[in-house]
Write a protein that binds this ligand. Structure first.
Ligand code: BDR
Ligand code: CA
Length: 448
């Protein structure tokens, strides 16, 4: 080969080599870029995007901060706001109406006529209990709902009791279906979570009573008061009362009633029950637990069937809830809300002959908020402090909440029993929670 040919061969090889280098660099760069973008997208998706935006963080430090312990740290900022923050722990058994209670506690607030926030919830933690379905299913459902609400990386989830204190567990499949969150066509309305994500979401080895106590204590040291909202059987809350009643009494120098956690529960009935003729489902599942809670030293508020049966999802209410969930970029939520409520309506029609289903559990959440707002407290609910006992012995009526309606009991009055609710305000609150979430989703382009 002549030197010219060799030279051109070398040049050719060099060009080929350079091209190959460029080609491989481009390929690598592309994959690196894809990786970076992918991580960034996954990151922003996983964190609900809202967390990574400084503006949101400065406006909402309370929602920004992370899990269990750091939720409390965020409480230090609350005093800088000119509206009330209501720290809330939700113990639930999702359940269709529990899912809406999570919505209300996670995104609910109250605005004045000018649209300014007067009070907002701070959802400090969610715990689950066996009730509407087995504990495995209610916990899994709570995880799905938290994810659906973009709260999965913000609000800790703790699995609680798998059965009542003394009795066998029973479920409420006839109303909530096999999964606990069924839809009419057996299509899952809510996105699932993979087993790995689910296991990560549950706080490992955490005990509900311990976590509620720790949360209450830290808030107490900051002069804030935790409210526990219970929308399932009271098993976890009874365990908390038994374990920490005495200790909290010591810490508060005998003022558990005003300084211990306030307990607001959905359950019980003044007259007619919904599980048999006298008892309400949550109380009938674990009557002994209810007795312990009602006889504790804490302030207890009962939101019974007489109140929750006025929160009916009529066609007009459904339209308002749907409208609240519509945002330009995100329409799927409308369908999800509709499917959940549609199934609930179907089972309530079949089992109880109700034309419209009562959305029980969020009523207790709303009650917890109104208790903290002077302008709402008087008019949102009316109720009286009563003596309430729980029937634990009878075969026929166990789980009945028995009110001392003639005032003949020698025992002290122990529970504030709500008797009426301003239903219009309740729906305004519910629509507000849904709208708040939808707007945050849109503002921060969060899609799932
Ligand atoms: C209660 O029972 C459950 O089925 C609902 O979730 C609600 O908490 C109503 O009786
Ligand atoms: Ca419930």
């Amino acid at each position: 080969m002549c030197s010219m040919c060799r030279l051109s061969e070398c040049v050719g090889l060099l060009i080929f080599g350079a091209n190959a280098v460029v080609f491989f660099s481009l390929v690598c760069a592309r994959w690196v870029a894809v990786g970076v973008v992918g991580v960034a997208v996954r990151h922003s998706r996983a964190r609900g995007a809202v967390e990574s935006i400084d503006m949101y963080a400065s406006e909402n430090p309370h929602r920004y901060d992370g899990l269990l312990r750091s939720r409390v740290e965020a409480a230090r900022y609350w005093k800088n706001f000119n509206y009330a923050h209501v720290p809330c722990w939700l113990d639930c058994d999702p359940g269709h109406d529990d899912a809406f209670a999570m919505y209300a506690a996670g995104w609910g607030n109250w605005r004045d006529d000018n649209g300014a926030i007067v009070a907002t919830f701070e959802l400090m933690g969610v715990s689950t209990v066996a009730g509407n379905q087995t504990i495995e299913k209610t916990t899994y459902n709570a995880a799905r709902v938290l994810k659906w609400l973009n709260l999965d990386e913000i609000v800790p989830l703790i699995e609680g009791a798998s059965k009542p204190l003394l009795r066998e567990a029973k479920v409420c499949e006839e109303i909530h279906g096999e999964s606990g969150l069924d839809t009419r066509d057996a299509i899952d309305a809510l996105p699932g979570v993979s087993d790995r994500v689910f296991q990560n979401m549950k706080q490992k080895h955490a005990v509900v009573a311990v976590e509620i106590f720790e949360m209450w204590k830290k808030l107490y040291e900051m002069d804030e008061r935790l409210v526990i909202v219970a929308t399932g059987p009271l098993t976890n809350i009874a365990t908390f009362c038994l374990t920490y009643g005495q200790i909290i009494s010591q810490i508060t120098h005998g003022q558990s009633h005003t300084k211990g956690p306030k307990i607001v529960f959905m359950g019980g009935a003044i007259e007619k029950g919904n599980t048999g003729s006298r008892a309400e489902f949550n109380i009938q599942c674990d009557p002994e637990a209810a007795k312990i809670v009602l006889e504790s030293l804490f302030e207890v508020i009962m939101v019974p069937l007489e109140v929750t049966h006025t929160a009916l999802v009529t066609a007009d209410v459904l339209r308002r809830l749907q409208n609240a969930s519509i945002v330009r970029a995100y329409r799927k939520r409308v369908g999800q809300i509709t499917e959940l409520l549609d199934f609930f309506k179907m089972t309530y029609q079949r089992v109880f002959g109700f034309q419209h289903p009562p959305l029980h559990d969020p009523c207790a959440v709303w009650c917890a908020l109104t208790e903290h707002v002077e302008t709402l407290k008087q008019d949102a609910f009316t109720g009286d402090i009563e003596r309430v006992d729980v029937e634990c012995l009878s075969q026929l009526t166990y789980g009945q909440t028995v009110l001392d309606c003639w005032g003949t009991s020698t025992k002290p009055k122990n529970v504030k029993v709500m008797k009426r609710m301003n239903v219009e305000w309740f729906w305004k609150f519910m629509c507000g929670a849904i709208r708040e979430h939808s707007e945050q989703c849109e503002s921060y382009q969060y899609y799932q």
